[in-house]
Design a protein around this ligand. Sequence first.
Ligand code: NAD
Length: 508
Amino acid sequence: MSSQPAASAAPVVTVKLLLNGKFVESSTQEWQEVINPATQEVLASVPFATDAEINAAVAAAKQAYKTWKNTPIAARARIMLKLQALVREHMSRIAHTLSAEQGKTLADAEGDIFRGLEVVEHACSIGSLQLGEFAENVAGGVDTYSIRQPIGVCVGITPFNFPAMIPLWMFPMAIVCGNTFILKPSEQDPLTPMLLAELALEAGIPPGVLNIIHGGKRAVDALCSHPDIVAVSFVGSTGVGTHVYNLASQHGKRVQSMMGAKNHAVVMPDAHKEQSLNAVVGSTFGAAGQRCMATSVTVLVGAAQAWIPEIVAKAKTLKVNAGSEKGADLGPVISKSAKQRILGLVQDGLTEGAKLELDGRSVKVLGFEHGNFIGPTIFSGVTAKMKIYTQEIFGPVMVIVSVNSLDEAIEFVNNNPFGNGVGIFTQSGAAARKFQNEIDVGQVGINVPIPVPVPFFSFTGSRGSKLGDLGPYGKQVVQFYTQTKTITARWFDDSATSSGVNTTISLK
Ligand code: NAD
Protein backbone atom coordinates (compact mmCIF):
# COMPACT_ATOMS: atom_id res chain seq x y z
CA MET A 1 0.00 0.00 0.00
CA SER A 2 1.23 3.48 -0.64
CA SER A 3 1.87 5.65 2.36
CA GLN A 4 2.60 9.31 2.60
CA PRO A 5 6.28 9.92 3.27
CA ALA A 6 7.55 11.53 6.43
CA ALA A 7 9.42 14.77 5.75
CA SER A 8 13.10 14.16 6.36
CA ALA A 9 16.51 14.97 4.95
CA ALA A 10 17.70 12.82 2.06
CA PRO A 11 19.88 9.91 3.31
CA VAL A 12 23.04 8.80 1.53
CA VAL A 13 21.71 6.10 -0.84
CA THR A 14 19.06 7.78 -2.90
CA VAL A 15 16.99 6.49 -5.78
CA LYS A 16 17.38 8.75 -8.80
CA LEU A 17 14.84 10.08 -11.25
CA LEU A 18 15.35 9.39 -14.96
CA LEU A 19 14.77 12.62 -16.83
CA ASN A 20 15.66 13.12 -20.47
CA GLY A 21 18.24 10.33 -20.51
CA LYS A 22 19.98 11.29 -17.25
CA PHE A 23 19.74 9.82 -13.75
CA VAL A 24 19.29 12.85 -11.52
CA GLU A 25 18.92 13.51 -7.82
CA SER A 26 15.51 14.84 -6.85
CA SER A 27 15.35 18.20 -5.14
CA THR A 28 12.30 17.18 -3.13
CA GLN A 29 12.02 17.36 0.65
CA GLU A 30 9.78 14.25 0.73
CA TRP A 31 11.52 10.88 0.97
CA GLN A 32 10.46 7.37 1.90
CA GLU A 33 12.69 4.50 2.98
CA VAL A 34 12.97 1.38 0.83
CA ILE A 35 13.05 -1.43 3.37
CA ASN A 36 14.16 -5.05 3.10
CA PRO A 37 11.03 -6.85 4.39
CA ALA A 38 13.06 -9.78 5.76
CA THR A 39 15.51 -7.70 7.81
CA GLN A 40 14.07 -4.16 8.07
CA GLU A 41 17.40 -2.91 6.68
CA VAL A 42 17.00 0.44 4.92
CA LEU A 43 18.24 -0.18 1.38
CA ALA A 44 17.75 3.29 -0.01
CA SER A 45 15.54 6.30 0.12
CA VAL A 46 13.09 7.11 -2.64
CA PRO A 47 12.08 10.67 -3.51
CA PHE A 48 8.55 11.89 -4.05
CA ALA A 49 9.23 13.97 -7.15
CA THR A 50 8.33 17.65 -7.14
CA ASP A 51 5.73 19.05 -9.51
CA ALA A 52 8.54 20.68 -11.50
CA GLU A 53 10.28 17.30 -11.89
CA ILE A 54 7.05 15.63 -12.99
CA ASN A 55 6.52 18.38 -15.56
CA ALA A 56 10.15 18.03 -16.70
CA ALA A 57 9.58 14.30 -17.33
CA VAL A 58 6.48 15.04 -19.41
CA ALA A 59 8.27 17.81 -21.33
CA ALA A 60 11.23 15.50 -22.09
CA ALA A 61 8.90 12.74 -23.30
CA LYS A 62 6.91 15.19 -25.42
CA GLN A 63 10.05 16.55 -27.08
CA ALA A 64 11.53 13.07 -27.66
CA TYR A 65 8.27 11.89 -29.26
CA LYS A 66 8.78 14.26 -32.20
CA THR A 67 11.66 12.16 -33.52
CA TRP A 68 11.07 8.79 -31.85
CA LYS A 69 7.67 8.32 -33.53
CA ASN A 70 9.37 8.30 -36.94
CA THR A 71 12.29 6.08 -35.96
CA PRO A 72 12.30 3.08 -38.31
CA ILE A 73 10.62 -0.05 -37.00
CA ALA A 74 13.78 -2.11 -37.36
CA ALA A 75 15.76 0.41 -35.28
CA ARG A 76 13.16 0.20 -32.50
CA ALA A 77 13.13 -3.59 -32.69
CA ARG A 78 16.94 -3.74 -32.52
CA ILE A 79 16.91 -1.81 -29.24
CA MET A 80 14.50 -4.39 -27.83
CA LEU A 81 16.75 -7.20 -29.07
CA LYS A 82 19.63 -5.59 -27.18
CA LEU A 83 17.48 -4.99 -24.11
CA GLN A 84 16.40 -8.63 -23.94
CA ALA A 85 20.05 -9.72 -24.17
CA LEU A 86 21.04 -7.30 -21.39
CA VAL A 87 18.19 -8.33 -19.08
CA ARG A 88 19.13 -11.96 -19.60
CA GLU A 89 22.81 -11.20 -18.92
CA HIS A 90 22.02 -9.31 -15.70
CA MET A 91 19.23 -11.61 -14.50
CA SER A 92 21.00 -12.79 -11.37
CA ARG A 93 22.05 -9.28 -10.25
CA ILE A 94 18.52 -7.93 -10.79
CA ALA A 95 17.04 -10.94 -8.97
CA HIS A 96 19.17 -10.25 -5.89
CA THR A 97 18.03 -6.62 -5.77
CA LEU A 98 14.43 -7.66 -6.38
CA SER A 99 14.51 -10.28 -3.64
CA ALA A 100 16.09 -7.84 -1.18
CA GLU A 101 13.56 -5.06 -1.68
CA GLN A 102 10.44 -7.14 -2.35
CA GLY A 103 11.03 -10.25 -0.24
CA LYS A 104 10.34 -13.01 -2.76
CA THR A 105 12.69 -15.97 -3.07
CA LEU A 106 15.57 -15.72 -5.53
CA ALA A 107 14.03 -18.38 -7.78
CA ASP A 108 10.73 -16.51 -7.81
CA ALA A 109 12.53 -13.20 -8.39
CA GLU A 110 14.08 -14.75 -11.50
CA GLY A 111 10.58 -15.86 -12.51
CA ASP A 112 9.34 -12.28 -12.07
CA ILE A 113 12.10 -11.00 -14.39
CA PHE A 114 11.65 -13.87 -16.84
CA ARG A 115 7.91 -13.25 -17.32
CA GLY A 116 8.79 -9.61 -18.13
CA LEU A 117 11.64 -10.66 -20.38
CA GLU A 118 9.19 -12.68 -22.47
CA VAL A 119 7.36 -9.43 -23.22
CA VAL A 120 10.62 -7.78 -24.32
CA GLU A 121 11.24 -10.76 -26.60
CA HIS A 122 7.77 -10.33 -28.05
CA ALA A 123 8.37 -6.60 -28.54
CA CYS A 124 11.17 -7.58 -30.94
CA SER A 125 8.51 -8.78 -33.40
CA ILE A 126 6.92 -5.34 -33.62
CA GLY A 127 7.45 -5.38 -37.39
CA SER A 128 4.64 -7.87 -37.82
CA LEU A 129 2.64 -6.79 -34.74
CA GLN A 130 2.21 -3.21 -35.97
CA LEU A 131 1.36 -4.11 -39.57
CA GLY A 132 -1.62 -2.40 -41.09
CA GLU A 133 -4.14 -3.76 -43.60
CA PHE A 134 -4.66 -3.14 -47.32
CA ALA A 135 -7.62 -3.75 -49.59
CA GLU A 136 -7.19 -3.15 -53.29
CA ASN A 137 -10.06 -1.94 -55.52
CA VAL A 138 -12.65 -1.17 -52.86
CA ALA A 139 -14.17 0.86 -55.71
CA GLY A 140 -12.96 1.53 -59.24
CA GLY A 141 -9.30 2.57 -58.89
CA VAL A 142 -9.73 3.09 -55.14
CA ASP A 143 -7.68 1.35 -52.43
CA THR A 144 -8.19 1.42 -48.67
CA TYR A 145 -5.48 0.78 -46.15
CA SER A 146 -4.98 1.24 -42.47
CA ILE A 147 -1.84 2.07 -40.54
CA ARG A 148 -1.12 1.84 -36.81
CA GLN A 149 0.51 5.02 -35.60
CA PRO A 150 1.91 5.74 -32.15
CA ILE A 151 -0.18 7.98 -29.93
CA GLY A 152 2.23 10.14 -27.91
CA VAL A 153 3.38 10.31 -24.29
CA CYS A 154 2.17 7.31 -22.27
CA VAL A 155 2.33 6.65 -18.55
CA GLY A 156 2.71 3.43 -16.52
CA ILE A 157 1.91 3.15 -12.83
CA THR A 158 3.04 -0.11 -11.27
CA PRO A 159 2.47 -2.07 -8.01
CA PHE A 160 4.97 -3.52 -5.54
CA ASN A 161 4.37 -7.20 -6.19
CA PHE A 162 6.09 -7.59 -9.57
CA PRO A 163 8.73 -4.85 -9.72
CA ALA A 164 10.33 -6.34 -12.86
CA MET A 165 7.51 -8.04 -14.76
CA ILE A 166 4.93 -5.26 -14.68
CA PRO A 167 7.24 -2.38 -15.72
CA LEU A 168 8.36 -4.76 -18.51
CA TRP A 169 4.72 -5.36 -19.48
CA MET A 170 4.50 -1.65 -20.11
CA PHE A 171 7.46 0.40 -21.30
CA PRO A 172 8.94 -1.96 -23.93
CA MET A 173 5.63 -2.35 -25.78
CA ALA A 174 4.73 1.35 -25.51
CA ILE A 175 8.15 2.43 -26.75
CA VAL A 176 8.54 -0.13 -29.51
CA CYS A 177 5.21 1.09 -30.93
CA GLY A 178 6.82 4.55 -31.29
CA ASN A 179 5.56 6.25 -28.13
CA THR A 180 7.52 7.85 -25.33
CA PHE A 181 6.96 6.80 -21.75
CA ILE A 182 6.94 7.88 -18.12
CA LEU A 183 7.11 5.10 -15.53
CA LYS A 184 5.95 5.69 -11.96
CA PRO A 185 7.03 2.52 -10.13
CA SER A 186 5.87 1.45 -6.70
CA GLU A 187 7.62 3.52 -4.06
CA GLN A 188 7.99 0.32 -2.01
CA ASP A 189 10.45 -1.38 -4.39
CA PRO A 190 11.79 1.10 -6.96
CA LEU A 191 15.34 -0.30 -7.18
CA THR A 192 14.50 -3.09 -9.63
CA PRO A 193 12.80 -0.81 -12.17
CA MET A 194 15.81 1.51 -11.95
CA LEU A 195 18.14 -1.38 -12.88
CA LEU A 196 15.90 -2.12 -15.86
CA ALA A 197 16.02 1.55 -16.85
CA GLU A 198 19.83 1.51 -16.77
CA LEU A 199 19.78 -1.47 -19.14
CA ALA A 200 17.21 0.24 -21.35
CA LEU A 201 19.53 3.23 -21.80
CA GLU A 202 22.46 0.90 -22.44
CA ALA A 203 20.36 -0.87 -25.08
CA GLY A 204 20.03 2.44 -26.91
CA ILE A 205 16.73 3.98 -25.85
CA PRO A 206 17.32 7.67 -26.65
CA PRO A 207 17.05 10.51 -24.09
CA GLY A 208 13.46 11.37 -23.18
CA VAL A 209 11.93 8.22 -24.66
CA LEU A 210 11.85 6.54 -21.23
CA ASN A 211 11.58 8.67 -18.08
CA ILE A 212 11.05 7.62 -14.48
CA ILE A 213 9.59 9.62 -11.67
CA HIS A 214 8.90 8.40 -8.15
CA GLY A 215 6.14 9.25 -5.74
CA GLY A 216 2.65 8.36 -4.59
CA LYS A 217 -0.81 9.81 -5.04
CA ARG A 218 0.34 13.35 -5.89
CA ALA A 219 2.56 12.14 -8.74
CA VAL A 220 -0.07 9.72 -10.04
CA ASP A 221 -2.80 12.36 -9.99
CA ALA A 222 -0.54 14.89 -11.70
CA LEU A 223 0.22 12.44 -14.52
CA CYS A 224 -3.40 11.32 -14.92
CA SER A 225 -4.55 14.90 -15.36
CA HIS A 226 -1.59 16.28 -17.34
CA PRO A 227 -2.70 17.69 -20.71
CA ASP A 228 0.30 16.24 -22.56
CA ILE A 229 -0.31 12.63 -21.50
CA VAL A 230 -2.39 10.52 -23.89
CA ALA A 231 -2.58 7.10 -22.23
CA VAL A 232 -2.29 5.59 -18.76
CA SER A 233 -1.63 1.93 -17.89
CA PHE A 234 -2.23 1.13 -14.24
CA VAL A 235 -1.69 -2.07 -12.28
CA GLY A 236 -2.49 -2.14 -8.58
CA SER A 237 -5.29 -2.34 -6.06
CA THR A 238 -8.95 -1.95 -6.95
CA GLY A 239 -9.50 1.27 -4.99
CA VAL A 240 -6.54 3.08 -6.53
CA GLY A 241 -7.16 1.57 -9.97
CA THR A 242 -10.73 2.81 -10.02
CA HIS A 243 -9.59 6.28 -9.00
CA VAL A 244 -6.87 6.30 -11.70
CA TYR A 245 -9.32 5.08 -14.33
CA ASN A 246 -11.88 7.74 -13.47
CA LEU A 247 -9.41 10.61 -13.18
CA ALA A 248 -7.48 9.80 -16.35
CA SER A 249 -10.69 9.14 -18.32
CA GLN A 250 -12.16 12.44 -17.18
CA HIS A 251 -9.04 14.07 -18.61
CA GLY A 252 -9.54 12.37 -21.95
CA LYS A 253 -6.82 9.72 -21.71
CA ARG A 254 -6.90 6.15 -22.93
CA VAL A 255 -6.78 4.05 -19.75
CA GLN A 256 -6.29 0.40 -18.90
CA SER A 257 -6.49 -0.46 -15.22
CA MET A 258 -5.64 -3.95 -13.97
CA MET A 259 -6.78 -4.30 -10.38
CA GLY A 260 -7.38 -6.62 -7.43
CA ALA A 261 -8.53 -10.22 -7.51
CA LYS A 262 -9.96 -13.19 -5.72
CA ASN A 263 -8.97 -16.23 -7.74
CA HIS A 264 -10.68 -19.59 -7.26
CA ALA A 265 -9.34 -23.09 -7.87
CA VAL A 266 -12.19 -25.53 -8.37
CA VAL A 267 -11.04 -29.04 -7.45
CA MET A 268 -13.25 -31.81 -8.80
CA PRO A 269 -13.39 -35.25 -7.15
CA ASP A 270 -11.95 -36.83 -10.33
CA ALA A 271 -8.90 -34.54 -10.30
CA HIS A 272 -5.41 -36.02 -10.22
CA LYS A 273 -5.17 -35.62 -6.47
CA GLU A 274 -1.42 -35.35 -5.93
CA GLN A 275 -0.69 -33.05 -8.88
CA SER A 276 -3.74 -30.87 -8.29
CA LEU A 277 -3.16 -30.32 -4.58
CA ASN A 278 0.52 -29.54 -5.23
CA ALA A 279 -0.54 -26.97 -7.82
CA VAL A 280 -3.15 -25.34 -5.61
CA VAL A 281 -0.88 -25.16 -2.55
CA GLY A 282 2.05 -23.78 -4.60
CA SER A 283 -0.11 -21.16 -6.26
CA THR A 284 -1.71 -20.03 -3.00
CA PHE A 285 1.43 -19.64 -0.95
CA GLY A 286 4.08 -18.80 -3.58
CA ALA A 287 5.32 -15.20 -3.28
CA ALA A 288 3.61 -15.20 0.14
CA GLY A 289 0.27 -14.95 -1.66
CA GLN A 290 1.16 -11.54 -3.09
CA ARG A 291 0.32 -12.33 -6.70
CA CYS A 292 -2.71 -10.93 -8.46
CA MET A 293 -3.17 -14.40 -9.98
CA ALA A 294 -2.56 -16.37 -6.77
CA THR A 295 -5.18 -18.94 -5.94
CA SER A 296 -6.74 -17.55 -2.79
CA VAL A 297 -9.97 -19.58 -2.72
CA THR A 298 -9.99 -23.36 -3.04
CA VAL A 299 -13.41 -24.73 -3.95
CA LEU A 300 -13.64 -28.42 -3.11
CA VAL A 301 -16.38 -30.21 -5.02
CA GLY A 302 -18.21 -33.31 -3.65
CA ALA A 303 -15.84 -36.04 -2.48
CA ALA A 304 -12.84 -33.69 -2.85
CA GLN A 305 -14.08 -32.07 0.38
CA ALA A 306 -12.30 -34.90 2.19
CA TRP A 307 -8.90 -33.67 0.93
CA ILE A 308 -8.41 -30.87 3.46
CA PRO A 309 -5.92 -32.87 5.60
CA GLU A 310 -3.69 -33.46 2.55
CA ILE A 311 -3.82 -29.75 1.65
CA VAL A 312 -2.81 -28.83 5.20
CA ALA A 313 -0.04 -31.43 5.21
CA LYS A 314 1.40 -30.05 1.95
CA ALA A 315 1.24 -26.46 3.21
CA LYS A 316 3.10 -27.49 6.37
CA THR A 317 6.06 -28.67 4.29
CA LEU A 318 6.66 -25.18 2.87
CA LYS A 319 9.68 -23.35 4.29
CA VAL A 320 9.17 -19.76 5.35
CA ASN A 321 12.44 -17.85 5.17
CA ALA A 322 14.12 -14.74 3.81
CA GLY A 323 14.04 -14.81 0.01
CA SER A 324 17.84 -14.83 -0.06
CA GLU A 325 18.05 -18.14 1.83
CA LYS A 326 18.44 -21.50 0.12
CA GLY A 327 15.36 -23.69 0.24
CA ALA A 328 12.93 -20.86 1.03
CA ASP A 329 9.46 -21.48 -0.42
CA LEU A 330 7.93 -18.20 0.69
CA GLY A 331 9.42 -15.01 2.00
CA PRO A 332 8.00 -12.14 4.04
CA VAL A 333 5.12 -9.89 3.04
CA ILE A 334 6.09 -6.47 1.78
CA SER A 335 5.68 -4.30 4.89
CA LYS A 336 4.77 -4.24 8.54
CA SER A 337 1.47 -2.56 7.67
CA ALA A 338 0.67 -5.27 5.09
CA LYS A 339 1.35 -7.90 7.77
CA GLN A 340 -0.95 -6.14 10.23
CA ARG A 341 -3.72 -5.92 7.62
CA ILE A 342 -3.44 -9.65 6.83
CA LEU A 343 -3.40 -10.61 10.52
CA GLY A 344 -6.48 -8.44 11.01
CA LEU A 345 -8.29 -10.38 8.29
CA VAL A 346 -7.26 -13.71 9.84
CA GLN A 347 -8.77 -12.49 13.11
CA ASP A 348 -11.95 -11.53 11.20
CA GLY A 349 -12.11 -15.07 9.83
CA LEU A 350 -12.00 -16.49 13.35
CA THR A 351 -14.57 -14.01 14.62
CA GLU A 352 -16.92 -14.84 11.74
CA GLY A 353 -16.72 -18.58 12.47
CA ALA A 354 -14.41 -20.03 9.82
CA LYS A 355 -12.34 -23.03 10.95
CA LEU A 356 -8.60 -22.31 11.22
CA GLU A 357 -6.99 -25.48 9.85
CA LEU A 358 -3.44 -24.08 9.80
CA ASP A 359 -2.27 -21.03 11.73
CA GLY A 360 0.82 -19.26 10.37
CA ARG A 361 0.55 -16.18 12.53
CA SER A 362 3.30 -16.97 14.98
CA VAL A 363 5.91 -18.28 12.57
CA LYS A 364 9.50 -17.50 13.63
CA VAL A 365 12.40 -17.37 11.19
CA LEU A 366 15.77 -17.92 12.75
CA GLY A 367 18.16 -15.06 11.97
CA PHE A 368 15.35 -12.92 10.56
CA GLU A 369 13.33 -12.26 13.69
CA HIS A 370 12.28 -8.78 12.51
CA GLY A 371 10.98 -9.90 9.12
CA ASN A 372 7.33 -9.47 8.10
CA PHE A 373 6.73 -13.22 7.98
CA ILE A 374 3.41 -15.03 8.03
CA GLY A 375 3.34 -18.78 7.56
CA PRO A 376 0.83 -20.61 5.37
CA THR A 377 -2.60 -20.17 6.92
CA ILE A 378 -5.70 -22.15 5.93
CA PHE A 379 -9.37 -21.63 6.73
CA SER A 380 -12.12 -24.10 5.91
CA GLY A 381 -15.89 -23.69 6.28
CA VAL A 382 -15.71 -20.31 4.57
CA THR A 383 -18.89 -18.69 3.27
CA ALA A 384 -19.47 -16.00 0.67
CA LYS A 385 -20.32 -13.35 3.25
CA MET A 386 -17.16 -13.61 5.37
CA LYS A 387 -14.57 -10.82 5.08
CA ILE A 388 -11.83 -13.38 4.33
CA TYR A 389 -13.86 -14.21 1.22
CA THR A 390 -15.12 -10.78 0.18
CA GLN A 391 -11.76 -9.00 0.58
CA GLU A 392 -8.50 -9.55 -1.27
CA ILE A 393 -6.15 -10.79 1.49
CA PHE A 394 -2.95 -10.59 -0.61
CA GLY A 395 -1.06 -12.77 1.84
CA PRO A 396 -0.35 -16.49 2.43
CA VAL A 397 -3.90 -17.37 3.38
CA MET A 398 -6.03 -20.04 1.68
CA VAL A 399 -9.78 -20.01 2.21
CA ILE A 400 -11.57 -23.27 1.47
CA VAL A 401 -15.16 -23.41 0.32
CA SER A 402 -17.12 -26.66 -0.06
CA VAL A 403 -19.79 -27.24 -2.71
CA ASN A 404 -21.63 -30.30 -3.99
CA SER A 405 -21.47 -30.00 -7.77
CA LEU A 406 -19.71 -28.35 -10.70
CA ASP A 407 -22.82 -26.24 -11.35
CA GLU A 408 -22.72 -24.99 -7.77
CA ALA A 409 -19.00 -24.22 -8.09
CA ILE A 410 -19.53 -22.24 -11.31
CA GLU A 411 -22.38 -20.27 -9.74
CA PHE A 412 -20.28 -19.54 -6.66
CA VAL A 413 -17.30 -18.24 -8.68
CA ASN A 414 -19.51 -16.21 -11.02
CA ASN A 415 -21.14 -14.48 -8.05
CA ASN A 416 -17.76 -13.09 -7.02
CA PRO A 417 -17.22 -9.62 -8.49
CA PHE A 418 -13.56 -10.21 -9.44
CA GLY A 419 -12.53 -11.83 -12.73
CA ASN A 420 -8.75 -12.05 -12.92
CA GLY A 421 -8.10 -15.79 -12.92
CA VAL A 422 -9.71 -19.14 -12.14
CA GLY A 423 -8.69 -22.78 -12.40
CA ILE A 424 -10.40 -26.12 -12.66
CA PHE A 425 -8.69 -29.36 -11.68
CA THR A 426 -10.28 -32.39 -13.28
CA GLN A 427 -9.50 -35.36 -15.51
CA SER A 428 -12.81 -34.89 -17.33
CA GLY A 429 -12.69 -33.06 -20.65
CA ALA A 430 -16.44 -32.58 -20.51
CA ALA A 431 -16.28 -30.88 -17.10
CA ALA A 432 -13.39 -28.68 -18.20
CA ARG A 433 -15.18 -27.69 -21.40
CA LYS A 434 -18.40 -26.85 -19.57
CA PHE A 435 -16.33 -24.83 -17.07
CA GLN A 436 -14.44 -22.78 -19.68
CA ASN A 437 -17.70 -22.04 -21.42
CA GLU A 438 -19.79 -21.00 -18.42
CA ILE A 439 -17.26 -19.39 -16.11
CA ASP A 440 -17.30 -15.58 -16.17
CA VAL A 441 -13.61 -14.97 -15.51
CA GLY A 442 -11.15 -13.62 -18.07
CA GLN A 443 -8.28 -16.10 -17.59
CA VAL A 444 -8.96 -19.79 -17.08
CA GLY A 445 -6.54 -22.56 -16.17
CA ILE A 446 -7.33 -26.21 -16.82
CA ASN A 447 -5.08 -28.14 -14.45
CA VAL A 448 -2.90 -25.01 -14.55
CA PRO A 449 -2.89 -23.03 -11.31
CA ILE A 450 -1.67 -19.59 -12.46
CA PRO A 451 -2.97 -19.12 -16.01
CA VAL A 452 -1.05 -15.95 -16.90
CA PRO A 453 -0.96 -15.98 -20.70
CA VAL A 454 2.35 -15.83 -22.58
CA PRO A 455 2.90 -12.55 -24.46
CA PHE A 456 1.63 -13.69 -27.90
CA PHE A 457 -1.74 -13.57 -26.15
CA SER A 458 -2.83 -10.72 -23.90
CA PHE A 459 -3.50 -10.55 -20.18
CA THR A 460 -7.28 -10.69 -20.11
CA GLY A 461 -8.53 -10.31 -16.53
CA SER A 462 -12.15 -9.20 -16.54
CA ARG A 463 -15.10 -7.79 -14.57
CA GLY A 464 -14.09 -6.25 -11.21
CA SER A 465 -10.41 -6.94 -11.85
CA LYS A 466 -10.14 -4.63 -14.83
CA LEU A 467 -11.33 -1.32 -16.24
CA GLY A 468 -10.83 -0.49 -19.90
CA ASP A 469 -11.26 -3.00 -22.68
CA LEU A 470 -7.68 -3.67 -23.77
CA GLY A 471 -5.24 -5.60 -21.58
CA PRO A 472 -1.47 -5.55 -21.21
CA TYR A 473 0.93 -7.04 -23.80
CA GLY A 474 0.10 -9.20 -26.82
CA LYS A 475 -2.00 -7.88 -29.70
CA GLN A 476 -4.33 -5.96 -27.39
CA VAL A 477 -1.58 -3.71 -26.11
CA VAL A 478 -0.48 -2.87 -29.64
CA GLN A 479 -4.02 -1.62 -30.16
CA PHE A 480 -3.85 0.26 -26.86
CA TYR A 481 -0.58 1.99 -27.72
CA THR A 482 -1.46 2.85 -31.33
CA GLN A 483 -4.12 4.74 -33.22
CA THR A 484 -5.52 3.17 -36.37
CA LYS A 485 -5.65 5.54 -39.28
CA THR A 486 -7.59 4.36 -42.33
CA ILE A 487 -6.78 5.86 -45.72
CA THR A 488 -8.95 5.66 -48.80
CA ALA A 489 -6.96 6.61 -51.89
CA ARG A 490 -7.48 7.12 -55.60
CA TRP A 491 -4.80 8.17 -58.05
CA PHE A 492 -6.07 9.88 -61.18
CA ASP A 493 -4.86 8.43 -64.39
CA ASP A 494 -4.47 11.08 -67.10
CA SER A 495 -5.92 8.72 -69.68
CA ALA A 496 -9.06 7.96 -67.61
CA THR A 497 -12.26 9.72 -68.61
CA SER A 498 -14.03 11.69 -65.89
CA SER A 499 -17.54 10.55 -64.94
CA GLY A 500 -18.42 14.10 -63.91
CA VAL A 501 -19.32 15.57 -60.51
CA ASN A 502 -20.56 12.93 -58.02
CA THR A 503 -22.77 14.31 -55.22
CA THR A 504 -23.55 10.95 -53.57
CA ILE A 505 -21.71 9.22 -50.72
CA SER A 506 -20.86 6.15 -52.76
CA LEU A 507 -17.40 5.44 -54.13
CA LYS A 508 -17.49 4.78 -57.83
P1 NAD B 1 -1.48 0.03 -4.87
O1 NAD B 1 -2.78 0.29 -5.53
O2 NAD B 1 -1.32 0.40 -3.46
O3 NAD B 1 -0.30 0.80 -5.65
C1 NAD B 1 -0.20 0.75 -7.06
C2 NAD B 1 0.39 2.06 -7.56
O4 NAD B 1 -0.52 3.12 -7.27
C3 NAD B 1 1.73 2.42 -6.91
O5 NAD B 1 2.59 2.91 -7.91
C4 NAD B 1 1.34 3.48 -5.90
O6 NAD B 1 2.35 4.43 -5.70
C5 NAD B 1 0.14 4.15 -6.52
N1 NAD B 1 -0.81 4.65 -5.52
C6 NAD B 1 -1.00 4.16 -4.26
N2 NAD B 1 -1.97 4.85 -3.63
C7 NAD B 1 -2.43 5.77 -4.51
C8 NAD B 1 -3.46 6.76 -4.46
N3 NAD B 1 -4.19 6.93 -3.38
N4 NAD B 1 -3.67 7.50 -5.55
C9 NAD B 1 -2.93 7.33 -6.67
N5 NAD B 1 -1.95 6.42 -6.77
C10 NAD B 1 -1.69 5.64 -5.72
O7 NAD B 1 -1.16 -1.52 -5.13
P2 NAD B 1 0.00 -2.40 -4.50
O8 NAD B 1 -0.32 -2.65 -3.07
O9 NAD B 1 1.32 -1.83 -4.86
O10 NAD B 1 -0.17 -3.76 -5.34
C11 NAD B 1 -1.01 -4.81 -4.96
C12 NAD B 1 -2.34 -4.76 -5.69
O11 NAD B 1 -2.11 -4.80 -7.09
C13 NAD B 1 -3.23 -5.96 -5.39
O12 NAD B 1 -4.55 -5.51 -5.25
C14 NAD B 1 -3.09 -6.83 -6.63
O13 NAD B 1 -4.17 -7.69 -6.88
C15 NAD B 1 -2.96 -5.79 -7.68
N6 NAD B 1 -2.34 -6.33 -8.88
C16 NAD B 1 -3.13 -6.56 -9.96
C17 NAD B 1 -2.60 -7.10 -11.11
C18 NAD B 1 -3.44 -7.38 -12.32
O14 NAD B 1 -2.90 -7.62 -13.38
N7 NAD B 1 -4.76 -7.37 -12.20
C19 NAD B 1 -1.21 -7.40 -11.17
C20 NAD B 1 -0.44 -7.15 -10.04
C21 NAD B 1 -1.01 -6.60 -8.90
